[in-house]
Design a binder for this molecule. Sequence first.
Ligand SMILES: [Zn+2]
Length: 92
Amino acid sequence: MPWRRKPARFLRYWTGPVDREATGASGKQFKTVLVYCVNCHHNGRLKLADLPDWDWSDISAHLECTGCGRVGWVDTRIDWSEVVDFNKGICG
Ligand SMILES: [Zn+2]
């Protein structure tokens, strides 16, 4: 395992391996995740297919913000807008 740093205590990284087969309620597959920088609130998307074969906690610890340059200060979230039609609503 390459270099990694322990995340700040208030950061909660996802743990475990990347689930590349993750699907939403509608059966659509997630292709990207949203990554927020908790330092400068910059955000971006990562393609699941481009991620290394590491656990989420290791990937998170290596992400560098392109806005402020902080490493590992990220909050990762699944990209729900890909699988949820917000015009229709979740129950539709
Ligand atoms: Zn930043």
